[in-house]
Write a protein that binds this ligand. Structure first.
Ligand SMILES: Cc1cc2nc3c(=O)[nH]c(=O)nc-3n(C[C@H](O)[C@H](O)[C@H](O)COP(=O)(O)OP(=O)(O)OC[C@H]3O[C@@H](n4cnc5c(N)ncnc54)[C@H](O)[C@@H]3O)c2cc1C
Ligand code: FES
Ligand code: FES
Length: 1335
């Protein structure tokens, strides 16, 4: 065989020829490190986040056109790009030349907060436009299903992109998107109608779409594609060789020669296995060039499609077939299409092939069950010829295996037409409705005897209930010859209960739920067939009207809604930006990929890479670390551990100390015991995997709150707050309720993982630290302590963070210290960049809480007294847990005046990684407990929950919290009233009740919640801010302050403040970075207090400058700013000023249980309506309305962005996001495949946010209020709406509306709480699951 090893492709119009291309190199790393294009981001490395989306184009000589695809660069080996043109975010537009309209509209619509997801979003949209210049709303929705954003809540991204829409979807006028009033904005308005604005995205002067701006496909590649290349391409790397034959005969020959070499096509299964799980395949056969595998042939019997066709291609064929062919013929295709619509995201469907999906033999993949039900067959080819096998359970002898012989390849798949007597359906249920592997998938087909209801044959297949595809053959056989009806159903269910055995140890757990789904899917199928029989005239009996809704899956839509805020006074000069919805100060740079994050900095000469070595035991002594093999590996420079720390190995934090490296005893899986330093990140990772650690296990080992209580294992101090006399009051109450609620933890899942670059300056121990931290001063302090040098030698630089949410305060300081130790030891720059799995394993997140309460209440819903005990899982060290528990206790009253209220807080010490700060900082847990109390009381009293909430709400003009802090609840009540009004609550509640009375298997719930949230640090000394403002002779101004920009827009707000005080346009002002050399000892950017502190400090500095300039300005009032500045310079007046803000002296006396814990309170109210599917547990948020008091907003667009993003993060916390720990304390959910944050499909279909008008706050900068943390708790409105919906389902079945429901209200929990015969059958026939534990 002739072979060639030259790789030719284009990147952004530039020709690339690689003669030594490494098959292990993926496009993402190549772009970022070899080509220096860092706009494409890395969020997960496994195809699961979309941050690395780029467009790949190829010329197809058969279709004679160029095809464009969005793909994930992290799974695209460069050697598969031969003949392709790659376009990255840098290739479509820039701030320096010309923006692309997609980039501009994303930024102007406020769709970029931290900006880390923005290049990926832009490229998904751009690729869509290249294929469809006037896309529909559905096209846009589909294009973005594979892109995650942790900041924005997606709504503004969609608003920006839907301006490209040619065809609007029916149902909404869309005027909201073009500056008018949306038809949905029919809620009552504020009193001061005229100064309320419904537009935060101004669309004037938007760049028009201009196709001439697009890079043309390189003619050279077109010519080459037209010429047939008959050579086998051969790429040899150091560890892996890839052979890419041009046609089938050569592929089969190679397969015969190398039967063990896997076939690589889309690399979406092989890639994650290699990148994330570290698998190694020394020889790969790439089949992407083999035209025979991409053939599509429609014949008399159906479709024969090449195994190498992508899932997008298959979907396209199915769409056409469903549209063009007879309904009965295409019934199977319709079912397949339904599955394909929710399978992965667009980028993955563009890469993944049918053959790969089947040949992977993974039962959580969706296609096999439905294809098997459709009676498909597979053509398997080898040099010996082609054989055909039916696609059924016999193809998959065990997990990950198929009947393909090692020398065979899957050539094609035949998907037959359906027959008129056949009824077909496919089902899937996942943790998240879209972009998630299914937990259970199923395909079912029944063939009835002509014109009769008698079953001729039945095919049922399940994936996700065992290690392989499962066919309940006995059940199917038994039902043949039986009439389709109730009796058959009952027999089928009993038989399936027996036959489908879900092993308790099934990966992913949830055995009982999986079994319930298997039964429920069959029940849905039963109804579907029954109803279709009626429609086809085979039977007179259909499904009763109230059950029909079970057959309609939830429709995913693009979110719609309005955002309103109060305009600034007409007398405010136009040049004053305060109060106006300016776009994020680096929004355009973020959307063009120009914005730099720490890992985008180019390598420093001689730079090394560091990989952490972590404990695999939960509690043990480290006896020995054998690095001998690792140190021999190529590129390895050194290994470091506690012994290498020249200064202190301790991380002190208030009264607690963590070790930087574990010295002997490890306290959790994931604790850092050392670090491997090598020339490249791959070498460091591989070598670290070779280190052998010997442990001596220690006892006790436990992980759960329940076990910690048993072991009496708590961190001190135990906190308590009490108002009134709880014990006595409990005796006077008419009723007592004792109950508990469990709330699971949450992973930050910032899109940018944690990391740092430390550069020794080679002189006087100086080091520069480029780091993504929320707390630069603490990082600087810890690095200096670890090195044993003064803080004045260490300078931390923070340009921006790709999201923080509280997770980049503590551990990042440890990583920085470790990296600095490596830099110190080697004398070279060292970079550390955690991959997603390690980030999740090591850094931990929000604390799980167990709350036990005893509440005394009267029949009218009045809460007389409540005694609430909070137990948080703190993990193995205290970290921030004590302060988080304090905040939970300080927020426990929420908006309610409970006369006798006691809260006790205990932080459990367990053997899990230390839980840490997370947006809300205990508030979301503290508030949730009180809302649960009120909800449960309302259920017991038979009252509507909002009535009980109103009854107990703070009423007086001046009220006192349970910790005796005075406040006025006036704006709280205004938020509440306006929320009820705007949400049309009463009317919709009646609609919900009507809906529930008419639907058995779908139920709706609606819930409205108030919120009072304290702003500022209760550690009073942190309430300070500092700034430095330098004015240069050309009039430009450089602003520095202690806050860090992580998407919340702190820099934008600081510039708005500076612009107001200096009377200088924002374009003349600049913030470069947060730097400990400019502003020392700054507090962390946290506690919703960033703008309060920084804004005041910047104002102070600017006012000082203005005082100095005043005499000059008065002397020559007509001069320009630049002239005044120059005059000042020549008069030797300093043009540099520091600003300082000494914030309020907040404090709590925990002995007395009182104190002004917060400077002020932010208020709000939120109403959400949901619909649940009682048979699957799926849910959809139909509408959310939020009214939020942010005082006089400094920037309404940024504040609304915080509200929407925070809400969606809270929605994740309370309904979707679930961390799994193995029984030995190892975090199992370590990436986006296992841990689901909200995606586009989870955003409320209608999402309205209103900033409370006429709100004031005398305590903070320009009457504004902090808002960052507050909206997270509003996600619980969805939880309570879900709970009401479940209660409605239970009442239908004669069950109590009072039932336990832990948070998050996942599909599993919803389904199992909607108890029915199927849950009972599943529970009685399934062994208790042991796969993971609730911690
Ligand atoms: C983020 C993400 C989300 C996903 N979500 C879903 C989902 O929701 N539902 C779902 O069903 N799947 C999902 N997938 C899986 C995806 O569908 C499969 O990875 C894909 O279909 C595999 O095709 P491939 O071409 O990429 O295979 P590759 O990764 O290239 O190969 C996979 C395996 O198949 C073998 N193989 C491939 N083609 C052939 C052939 N023609 N003959 C013989 N052997 C062959 C290879 O030898 C290899 O062992 C997801 C994947 C990712 C990365
Ligand atoms: S980094 Fe590629 S999809 Fe996440
Ligand atoms: S803006 Fe989307 S992840 Fe931050």
């Amino acid at each position: 065989m002739a072979s060639s090893s030259e790789l030719l492709f284009y990147i952004n119009g530039r020709k690339i020829v690689e003669r030594d291309a490494d098959p292990e190199e993926v496009l993402l790393g190549y772009l970022r490190r070899k080509v220096g294009l860092t706009g494409t981001k890395s969020g997960c490395g496994g195809g699961g986040c979309g941050a690395c989306t780029v467009m790949v184009s190829r010329y197809d000589p058969n279709q004679e056109k160029v095809l464009h695809y969005a793909v994930t660069a992290c799974l695209q080996p460069i050697v598969t790009l031969h003949g392709a043109a790659v376009v990255t975010v840098e290739g479509i537009g820039s701030t320096k030349t010309k923006l692309h309209p997609v980039q501009e509209r994303l930024a102007k619509a406020h769709g970029s907060q931290c900006g880390f997801c923005s290049p990926g979003m832009v490229m998904s949209m751009y690729s869509l436009l290249r294929n469809q210049p006037q896309p529909s709303m559905e096209d846009i929705r589909e294009a973005l299903t594979g892109n995650l954003c942790r900041c924005t809540g997606y709504r503004p991204i969609i608003d920006g992109f839907k301006t490209f829409c040619g065809r609007q979807s029916p149902g909404c006028c869309q005027n909201g998107a073009v500056g008018g009033t949306c038809c949905r904005d029919n809620g009552p308005k504020d009193a001061q109608e005229s100064d309320i604005c419904n537009t935060i995205f101004f669309q004037d002067n938007l760049l028009p779409s201009d196709p001439s701006q697009d890079l043309i496909f390189p003619p050279e590649l077109m010519m080459k594609a037209k010429r047939c290349c008959e050579e086998v391409l051969c790429f040899r790397g150091q560890r892996v060789t890839l052979l890419a034959p041009p046609d089938l005969p050569q592929l089969l020959k190679l397969k015969a020669l190398h039967p063990d070499a896997p076939l690589m096509v889309g690399n979406t299964t092989l890639g994650p296995n290699v990148q994330v799980k570290g698998q190694h395949c020394p020889l790969l056969l790439y089949a992407g060039r083999v035209a025979e595998l991409s053939k599509v042939q429609w014949g008399e019997k159906g479709l024969t499609i090449g195994a190498g066709c992508t899932l997008s291609r298959l979907k396209g064929e199915m769409e056409q077939a469903v549209q063009q062919r007879d309904e009965e013929l295409s019934a199977g295709y319709k079912a397949l299409l339904q599955t394909l619509q929710c399978l992965a995201g667009k980028q993955i469907r563009n890469m993944a092939t049918i053959g790969g999906n089947i040949a992977s033999g993974n039962p959580k993949y969706d296609l096999c069950s439905v294809l098997a039900a459709l009676d498909c067959s597979l053509a398997l080819s080898s040099e010996d010829g082609t054989r055909t096998v039916p696609l059924d359970e016999s193809v998959f002898p065990e997990f990950g295996k198929t009947v393909l012989r090692p020398d065979e390849v899957l050539l094609s798949l035949h998907i037959p037409y359906s027959k008129p007597s056949e009824y077909i359906a496919a089902f899937r249920q996942a943790q998240r409705r879209e972009f998630a592997f299914s937990l259970v998938n199923a395909g079912m087909k029944v063939c009835l005897r002509a014109g009769s209801p008698v079953v001729q044959s039945l095919r049922v297949f399940y994936g996700g209930v065992g290690p392989t595809l499962v066919r309940p053959a006995h059940t199917c056989q038994q039902l043949e010859g039986r009439a389709w009806g109730e009796e058959l159903l009952s027999e089928a269910c009993s038989s399936l209960t027996e036959e489908v055995k879900v092993p308790p140890s099934i990966p992913g757990g949830k055995a009982e739920y999986r079994k319930t789904l298997a039964l429920s899917f069959f029940y849905k199928f039963y109804m579907l067939v029954t109803e279709s029989m009626r429609q086809r005239g085979v039977s007179d009996v259909g499904v009763p009207a109230e059950q029909l809704s079970a057959l309609t899956p939830f429709k995913n839509q693009l979110p719609q809604g309005t955002q309103s805020f109060q305009l600034v006074s007409p007398s405010q000069p136009l040049s004053d930006p305060v109060g106006r919805p300016n776009i994020h100060h680096s929004g355009l740079e973020q959307a063009t990929g120009e914005a730099k994050y720490y890992d985008d900095l180019p390598p420093v000469q001689g730079e090394l890479f560091l990989h952490m070595l972590t404990s695999s035991r939960a509690h043990a002594n480290v006896i020995n670390i054998d690095t001998s093999e690792a140190l021999q590996m190529p590129g390895v420079v050194t290994f470091i551990s506690a012994a290498d720390v020249p200064g202190s190995n301790q991380r002190p934090w208030f009264n607690t100390v963590d070790e930087i490296f574990a010295e002997r005893e490890v306290l959790c899986v994931g604790q850092i015991i050392g670090a491997l330093v090598a020339e490249s990140r791959e070498q460091a990772k591989r070598a670290a995997a070779k280190i052998q650690v010997t442990y001596e296990d220690l006892q006790p080992v436990f992980f759960t709150i329940q076990d910690a209580i048993k072991h009496n294992s708590f961190f001190g101090p135990k906190r308590q707050l009490e108002r009134g006399d709880v014990d006595t009051a409990l005796q006077t109450a008419q009723h007592i309720l004792e109950d508990e609620i469990y709330m699971g933890g949450q992973e930050h899942f910032y899109m940018e993982t944690q990391g740092v670059i430390v550069v020794p300056r080679g002189e006087a121990d100086e080091m520069d630290v480029y780091v993504g931290t929320q707390h630069a001063a603490f990082t600087q302090e810890l690095v200096s302590q670890a090195l044993g040098v003064g803080s004045n030698k260490i300078t931390c630089h923070v340009k921006r963070l790709g999201g923080g949410f509280g997770g980049k305060v503590m551990k990042i300081a440890t990583f920085s210290a470790i990296t600095a130790v490596a830099a110190h030891k080697t004398g070279r720059a060292v970079r550390c960049c955690l991959d997603r799995g390690d980030d999740m394993l090591i850094t931990s997140g929000r604390h799980p809480f167990l709350v036990k309460y005893k509440v005394g209440y009267n029949s009218d819903g009045t809460i007389v007294a409540a005694d609430i005990s909070y137990y948080s899982n703190g993990g193995c060290t205290l970290d921030e847990s004590e302060f988080i528990m304090s905040k939970a206790l300080l927020h426990m009253d929420n908006a309610y005046r409970i006369p006798h209220l006691r809260g006790r807080g205990l932080v459990c010490r367990t053997h899990l990684p230390s839980y840490t700060a997370f947006r809300g900082f205990g508030g979301p847990q503290g508030l949730m407990a009180m809302e649960s109390v009120l909800y449960e009381v309302s259920v017991r009293c038979g009252l509507a929950p909002e009535k009980v909430r109103e009854l107990n709400m703070y009423q007086d003009d001046l009220c006192y919290t349970h910790h005796k802090q005075a406040f006025s609840p006036k704006d709280l009540r205004r938020c509440w009233d306006q929320c009820l009004q705007r949400a049309q609550y009463e009317e919709r509640l009646r609609d919900v009740q009507l809906f529930n009375s008419q639907n058995r298997w779908k139920k709706r719930g609606i819930s409205v919640l108030p919120q009072k949230f304290g702003v500022g640090f209760s550690k009073g000394f942190y309430n300070q801010g500092a700034a430095l403002v330098n004015v240069y002779k050309d009039g430009s101004v450089l602003v520095s302050h202690g806050g860090t920009e992580m998407g919340q827009g702190i820099h934008t707000k600081a510039l708005q403040v500076a612009s107001r005080v200096l009377h200088v346009p924002m374009s003349n002002l600049f913030i470069k970075e947060t730097c400990t050399g400019n502003v020392p000892n700054a507090a962390p950017s946290a506690a919703s207090f960033g703008t309060d502190a920084v804004g005041m400090a910047v104002k102070d500095a600017c006012e000082k400058l203005m005082r100095r300039l005043k005499p000059i300005m008065e002397k020559s009032p007509k001069s320009t700013w630049k002239q005044w500045v120059n005059d000042a310079y020549y008069q030797k007046i300093s043009l540099s000023a520091t600003g300082f803000y000494m914030g309020p002296a907040t404090d709590v006396d925990w002995d007395k249980g009182e104190g002004d814990a917060y400077y002020y309170f932010t208020f709000g109210a939120c109403c959400s309506e949901v619909e649940i599917d009682c048979l699957t547990g799926d849910h959809k948020t139909i509408r959310t309305d939020i009214v939020m008091d942010v005082g006089r907003s400094i920037n309404p667009a940024l504040d609304i962005g915080q509200v929407e993003g925070g809400f969606v993060q809270g929605l994740g916390l309370y309904t979707i996001e679930e961390l799994h720990f193995s029984p030995d304390g190892t975090l199992l959910s370590r990436g986006p495949s296992q841990y689901k944050i909200p995606a586009l499909c989870d955003v409320p279909a209608e999402f309205n946010v209103h900033l409370l008008a006429d709100a004031q706050n005398p305590h903070a900068i320009y009457m504004s209020k902090g808002v960052g943390e507050v909206p997270v708790f509003f996600g619980s409105s969805v939880f309570f709406a879900v709970k009401s919906a479940i209660a409605a389902a239970r009442l239908d079945r004669g069950l109590s509306a009072a039932f336990p429901l832990s948070s998050p209200a996942t599909a599993q929990r919803i389904r199992m709480a909607c108890e029915d015969q199927f849950t009972h059958m599943a529970l009685s026939s399934t062994e208790k699951a042991s796969w993971c534990i609730d911690v």
